[in-house]
Design a protein around this ligand. Structure first.
Ligand code: NI
Length: 142
């Protein structure tokens, strides 16, 4: 019998954003994005969940060193927490910082940061924009 072992760590951050497609007219932006297109942006308290998949190390009993994971997450969130994502985070210079796109950017960053350990890989990024809305970005088995 085979078991999939997943570990999830959750962390919160606050950021603001604006939904705006520069290739569209103001009217079209307002029509599609509504209030979220407002010129001054608006904020959310996001919750990020990073899930890793791996083997439980026989010596530590862990999939990943929790202290290291915490340090990595804090380091990554420095570029997101209390930022106006559209202007302060270079990933969103040409990418609308929707929950979907933020999750995708997070995936790339964490995949690279965790990638050096073959026995523990990034499995899923889950990003809550509110209690009622979240996005899952995850690897699928080929
Ligand atoms: Ni929003």
């Amino acid at each position: 019998m085979a078991f999939k072992k997943l570990l999830t760590k959750r962390m919160e951050f606050s950021a603001s954003h604006r939904y705006w497609n520069p290739g569209w007219s103001e009217e079209r932006n307002k029509e599609v994005f509504g209030k979220a297109s407002g010129p001054h942006g608006h904020g959310h308290n996001y919750t990020l969940e990073i899930t890793v998949e791996g083997e439980v190390d026989k010596e530590t009993g862990m999939i990943i060193n929790l202290y290291q994971l915490k340090v990595i997450m804090k380091e990554v969130l420095n570029d997101f927490d209390h930022k106006y994502l559209n202007e302060d985070n270079p990933h969103f210079k040409e990418l609308i910082p929707t929950t979907e796109n933020i999750a995708a950017v997070m995936w790339d960053i964490f995949y690279e940061k965790l990638g050096s350990n073959p026995s523990c890989k990034l499995y899923r990024v889950r990003l809550y924009e509110t209690d009622e809305l979240y996005v899952d970005y995850r690897r699928v088995e080929q």
